[in-house]
Design a protein around this ligand. Structure first.
Ligand SMILES: [Zn+2]
Ligand SMILES: [Zn+2]
Length: 330
């Protein structure tokens, strides 16, 4: 009996291959699958059970590969020039590009790193970089830093200013220096019309204060950017979105105890979300504790898909569009 063959052999197979993509009844894949089954069921009287089996088996395989090849992600924040990649940097990058990662944005912590980042952007077509000074390194700011950042920002593949912000958790630079260096870089972002990559930890109020100040001061050209490796709650995420910023989730959203971060990921619109690894740091579950790599960003996408009840494919598609829009990547 054709339908019995289908029920016992093909249906579980379809479910197994499509489950990883978290296909819901409203998604394109599911409606395609239903249509496919309806058509093959209608034609079943005219073909033999074995033919029907083969048609459905092949159809399911095609669906599987369509699903795999249509998944794509952008890792919007990585540090691939760090020593932890010295032995296998090129391999890690190739692995990412052959595992559905279409683009990688390299973050810059200081004005030495930008030189190494630029080498990577020249070697790989789909690697981009920001330029800026991390709050940990704010104490390295000199009276030529502003001019240097502006000059580097004119490089073709420099697409953002940062990472910059305030980190009152580690306080590796004095607070006053962090505040000054952050504000300077916000002004540079306005001047060169590039988005900001914001790093903020235990300093949301002060970060918003500076950004809002600058939004008010330069209302004719709205500031834009992303709060990378978001560690705030839903209220902070909404506040950032209100002033025109995106929220980027890292592996932290996969950790069991990150409930406020999970809530923010669940509630804010997907159109305001970016995903990142912050490699080599903060590897998501199931790689927690190991060195992180850009290809692991899929686990961040999977968690956001689970929280929102949508497909991983959809998360990849929309967050990639968001990253391209923000950074002006074509
Ligand atoms: Zn950071
Ligand atoms: Zn970073």
């Amino acid at each position: 009996m054709p339908e019995e063959v289908f029920e016992f052999l093909i249906a579980p197979l379809q479910e197994a291959v499509l489950r990883p993509f978290n296909v819901s009844s409203s998604s394109g894949s599911q409606s395609f699958l239903s249509t496919f089954n309806t058509i093959t069921a209608r034609t079943s009287p005219s073909i033999s059970p074995i033919s029907l089996f083969l048609v459905r088996y092949l159809g399911t395989s095609v669906l599987f590969f369509l699903g795999v090849f249509s998944m794509h992600f952008i890792d919007s924040h990585s540090h691939l020039i760090l020593d932890r990649f010295n032995d296998d940097r090129d391999e890690v990058i190739q692995q990412a590009f052959s595992n559905n990662i279409t683009h990688i944005v390299q973050s810059c912590d200081n004005l030495e790193e930008i030189k190494e980042n630029l080498k990577l952007t020249k070697k790989y077509e789909n690697i981009y970089s920001s330029v800026g000074i991390h709050p940990h390194e704010a104490k390295t700011w000199t009276n030529t830093s502003k001019e240097e950042i502006i000059n580097y920002s004119k490089e073709e593949k420099v697409i953002a200013i940062g990472e910059t912000g305030l980190d009152y958790y580690y306080n590796l630079s004095p607070k006053e220096t962090q505040l000054f260096v952050f504000r300077e870089q916000v002004k540079i972002a306005k001047e060169v019309n590039l988005p900001l990559i914001i790093h903020t930890r235990d300093a949301f109020d002060e970060t918003f204060e500076i950004l809002k100040d600058e939004v008010r001061a330069f209302h004719e050209l709205p500031l834009r950017g992303v709060f990378h490796c978001f560690t705030g709650d839903l209220k902070a995420a909404m506040e950032a979105i209100e002033i025109g910023f995106y929220i980027s989730f890292s592996g932290i959203v996969t950790f069991k105890n990150s409930l406020p971060i999970k809530e923010a990921a669940k509630e804010i619109p997907l159109e305001k979300i970016l995903i990142e690894t912050d490699s080599p740091f903060l590897a998501p579950i199931p790689h927690r504790g190991k060195r992180n790599e850009p290809r692991f960003v899929i686990h961040v996408a999977e968690e956001i898909a689970r929280l929102k009840g949508i497909s991983v494919e959809e998360v990849g598609k929309v967050t990639s569009e968001n990253a391209k829009r923000l950074f002006g990547i074509v």
